[in-house]
Ligand binder design. Structure first.
Ligand SMILES: *Cc1c(COP(=O)(O)O)cnc(C)c1O
Length: 482
């Protein structure tokens, strides 16, 4: 992509694919968008697809498939046991990750359920570079706790550190020494660290974690859901890896892990998941839970069509021109926003572009959910749906006090191979307008607040009529209602 030079000096990401099936999308007038966000209780999770122009809520299960994936889906071999399709995926896993045993599961969190039930006992600790919502929930459900061992750079909004997802090895050793290795269920490393902005870890860091695991006899569990982005960053940012192929990097990462699991809603651009390992002992321990929770061992809750698509999708992940599309679009978007002075997480990560809502709306207190308010305001002015990742996504403590999040982010996910450069430019343009008019945006307060996972279903309202003022200003500036 960026390897192609433009004569006019512009350096824009150039797609290495063409589109052969399209879906029509609609840009509703701003009056309708205001109505829609009200109906959704100012919660972007509750918006309906028909009211969206671009859906940047998530990259999960919404990545574009290739022609080869679609073709493979037609050949899928449907049977309860012994499906040929399953064997294809098993072989592909063996070839790419070098792991003998594969256990299918219906999605990433199902793998986390199985791994946590197998290895986490009450009182145990799982050190990780950063938590992911579902990975933490499963550890806690089994009586364990999570310790986040991130580096000092990880939570800084702006940074030059290329691998903000790295673990701090000294802190990891201290944690093991303080608690004793027998209290550690396993060490979990997450590729493309989701909640801090899709930030990668380096190959070198994983080698060091492996050394610690060997010293203390600990298991290394690798969450490879966002591996595609992480591979791209290792290839382009880690000096010692620049001459390695994607396949070689993948194999080396895989060799360092005892257990790998992934959400195929992200990795492989389909829908499903799975766990692989070379340990017969681990395989046998987890196998029963797969049949109990997921389904028989040759489908594990997935449709055979999706299994075919995953096998092809994993192979396509070995192609740098496929996995660079998301990160390069995001990099472009981040660069444009930085040039306009809009606060955004740097360096650019995978997964999406993360706007710093505390910087954007420094007049809105955290208790009035600046990231939630920014998500609502951005939808109103653009028809683009993003996701709040801040205090609204946390849960109150037992006394009912707000737990203020480390960061208040508006995540604009970039589903892989779905949007075009003009879509990205439109998003940048509307964010720029919104930034210039940010003083108009106010806070949000709950009208209905569920006690668990309130960000999914909660309903809110604006603290005053700022949404109406925003619409008036938009119409005055654009002279129309799109
Ligand atoms: C999405 C995700 C999961 C969970 O996967 P699902 O398929 O949504 O259940 C786990 N880990 C990471 C890093 C993820 O991004």
């Amino acid at each position: 992509m960026s390897m192609v030079k433009f004569f006019y000096g512009d350096n824009v990401p150039l797609e290495m694919h063409k589109t052969r099936i399209v879906q029509k999308i609609y840009l509703q007038p701003i009056e309708r968008r205001l109505q829609a966000i009200r109906e959704a209780g100012y919660n972007t999770f509750l918006l309906k697809n028909k009211d969206l122009f671009l859906d940047m809520l998530t990259d999960s299960g919404v990545n574009a498939m290739s022609d080869k994936q679609q073709a493979a889906m037609l050949e899928a071999d449907d049977s309860y046991a012994g499906s040929e399709t399953f064997t294809k995926l098993e072989e592909k896993i063996k070839e790419i990750f070098g792991k003998e045993y594969f256990l299918p599961a219906h999605q990433g969190r199902a793998c986390e359920n199985i791994i946590s039930q197998t290895y986490v006992k009450p009182g145990m600790i799982v050190p990780m570079n950063y938590h992911f919502t579902t990975s933490k929930a499963h550890v806690v459900l089994n009586g364990g706790s999570v310790e986040e061992i991130f580096t000092d750079e990880a939570l800084k909004i702006t940074s030059e550190q290329p691998f903000k997802g790295n673990m701090d090895i000294d802190k990891l050793r201290d944690l093991i020494k303080t608690n004793g290795a027998d209290k550690i269920a396993f060490i979990r490393l997450e590729a493309g660290t989701n909640l801090i902005g899709g930030q990668p870890h380096s190959l070198e860091n994983m080698r060091e974690i492996r050394k610690v695991c060997d010293e203390y006899g600990l298991l290394l569990v690798y969450d490879a859901s966002l591996l595609a982005d992480n591979l791209y960053f290792i290839k382009t940012r880690e000096e010692q890896c620049k001459d390695m192929s994607i396949r070689e990097i993948t194999r080396e990462l895989a060799d360092l892990a005892d257990i790998i699991y992934f959400s195929a809603r992200k990795l492989g651009c389909a829908r499903g998941g799975g766990i692989c390992t070379n340990s017969r002992d681990a395989y046998l321990k987890m196998r029963e839970l797969v049949t109990l929770y997921e389904g028989f061992l040759t489908y594990g809750g997935m449709s055979v069509r999706e299994i075919e698509a995953i096998a092809v999708g994993l192979e396509e992940t070995m192609d740098i021109n496929m996995i660079n599309q998301g990160p390069q679009f995001i990099e472009y978007m981040v660069k444009e926003l930085v040039e306009r002075g809009i606060p955004v997480v740097t360096p650019a990560g995978g997964l999406g572009c993360h706007i710093d809502a505390m910087g954007f709306l420094d007049h809105v207190p955290q208790t009035e959910y600046p990231a939630g308010a920014l998500a609502a305001a951005f939808y109103i002015v653009s028809g683009i749906r993003g996701m709040e990742r801040g205090t609204l996504s946390e849960q109150r403590d037992e006394a009912g006090n707000e737990i203020l999040s480390h960061m208040e982010l508006l995540r604009l996910a970039m589903p892989r191979r779905v949007y075009s450069l003009s879509h990205v430019k439109y998003a940048v343009d509307r964010l720029t307008w919104l930034y210039e008019n940010r003083h108009l945006i106010g806070g949000l307060k709950f009208v209905e607040e569920p006690s668990v996972l309130r960000f999914f279903f909660g309903r809110l309202e604006t603290t005053n009529d700022w949404d109406v003022k925003l619409v008036e200003k938009f119409k005055a500036d654009f002279g129309e209602s799109l």
